[in-house]
Design a protein around this ligand. Structure first.
Ligand code: AMP
Ligand code: MG
Length: 412
């Protein structure tokens, strides 16, 4: 059986980045840029003022002081967006932040060092030549690469894209992900419960939400009963997707059919079935489509296994397809707040923990009921603590690696 690391490597080696697509600037948030962004002009485009005050010639204010102010005649004005008049010797032009430096001026005196009286300005301080001038191209030059392909677009990048006049940009595509739920006992929302043995689905919609949260496009294709015809029929509708997720039907039971029928219907090339992890052992992974660039994950039916497998295997693959350089969730070392023990240590176990951050340390408290069918274990958790193969027990205050699938607790 493959180890967690081996399985992850197989998945990522077989996961290819998708193609590019053009999106509008307003749809680009959180997408990964698929082109280099080049400056269309200098920024600032011309010398301009960093202060409200007066544009002067340095030679006219040399020696100015509290007791011996320079006195200049006020002329014209330079406002942001205007082309100002030329500054002659002996004059000062009122100027505002962001306004162009008039021809002939070389220094801006901020308002605080001046007094205005009878059309004249008294300047009480000699500033260095060039003071308060923001030089042309001080930020960047025309032709500079401002954002490199591969960068995740956040609000600062969106601002730059706008400032260089890019109403549309190339980003990497998002995978279309089909979700097929299997199980005779599983009911969709609103289906009437007629037998005690029936179970209302949780995986269908938790997977939907996980795909959405990962940034990809989920679609619920349908619910297949545990018989060949139904499984085949539902799989047919997955043909146009980039990724197919099935839930249930992958363990060894007589009615576990998925891995045989994905071969038949989608021509899936199965890379592995079963990983030495808990929960999630019966995970199936395969590739299919023209150049085997489409992915198939047969996800075990237990609700916790489904969420854990998505978090540690499917999400990194989806992020890789979308061009993200960082594909794994934040993983930290935490301090266990309680002892933990288990009966068998032959698999790597992801235990549901609640992580808190106090005085510079992460503290992890394992959830009491760790069964892979205990849905509430995930609801109360924000992390998956990793118990390595061979480790039977951990003591309070021991270190544990934790995959944080929810970082809301880090907000103030
Ligand atoms: P399976 O992987 O099909 O053998 O299912 C394992 C366990 O998970 C069984 O107890 C199922 O009833 C349960 N299960 C399977 N699919 C779902 C689902 N969509 N929602 C909730 N529980 C499920
Ligand atoms: Mg089943």
């Amino acid at each position: 059986m493959l180890t967690y690391q081996e399985a992850l490597s197989v998945i990522l080696e077989n996961t290819k980045i998708l193609g590019k697509e053009k999106v509008f600037l307003n749809d680009a948030l959180n997408r990964v840029l698929a082109e280099d962004i080049v400056a269309d002009r200098d920024n600032p485009p011309a010398d301009n003022s960093g202060m409200d005050g007066f544009a002067v010639r340095y030679e006219d204010i040399v020696g100015a002081s509290q007791t011996n102010p320079a006195v200049l005649k006020i002329f014209g004005e330079s406002k942001a967006g205007d082309i100002p008049p030329v500054l002659e010797k002996g004059y000062a032009i009122p100027i505002y932040t962001g306004a162009l430096i008039p021809q002939g001026a070389d220094t801006v005196i901020q308002k605080e060092f001046t007094k205005v009286e009878d059309g004249k300005v008294y300047i009480y301080k000699e500033l260095k030549k060039g003071s308060n001038i923001r030089p042309k191209a001080g930020d960047y030059k025309k032709g500079d690469v401002l954002i490199k392909s591969g960068k995740t677009l956040r609000p600062p990048e969106i601002g730059i894209l706008s400032s260089v006049n890019k109403p549309t940009i190339y980003v990497y595509q998002k995978p279309r992900v089909a979700i097929i739920t299997t199980g005779d006992e599983i009911l969709d929302l609103a289906e009437p419960i007629t037998k005690e043995s029936q179970i209302r689905t949780s995986n269908t919609y938790s997977l939907y939400a996980q795909v959405l949260q990962a940034g990809a496009y989920p679609t619920v294709i349908g619910f297949a009963k545990d018989n060949p015809e139904d499984v085949r029929e539902k799989l047919k509708y997955a043909k146009n997707f980039d990724v197919v997720l099935t839930t249930g039907g992958v363990s060894v039971g007589e009615y576990d059919l998925v891995k045989d029928f994905v071969k038949e219907v989608l021509n899936v090339n199965i890379h592995f079935w079963k990983v030495a992890i808990k929960p999630g052992k019966p995970l199936v992974f395969g590739t299919w489509g023209e150049d085997n660039s489409k992915l198939f994950f047969g996800i075990p039916g237990n609700p916790v296994a489904s969420m854990v497998v998505f978090e540690v295997f499917v999400k990194p693959a989806l992020r890789k397809m979308m061009g993200y350089e960082k594909i794994h969730s934040l993983t930290v070392d935490a301090i266990l707040t309680q002892d933990f023990s288990r009966k068998s240590a032959d698999r790597l176990e992801f235990i549901r923990v609640n992580v808190e951050y106090k005085n510079g340390n992460f503290y992890a408290t394992p959830f009491g009921k760790q069964g892979s069918n205990i849905l509430t274990g995930m609801v109360n958790a924000n992390g998956l603590g990793i118990v390595e193969v061979g480790v039977e027990s951990l003591k309070k205050d021991d270190k544990i690696r934790v995959v944080l699938f929810d970082t809301e607790f880090l907000y103030g």
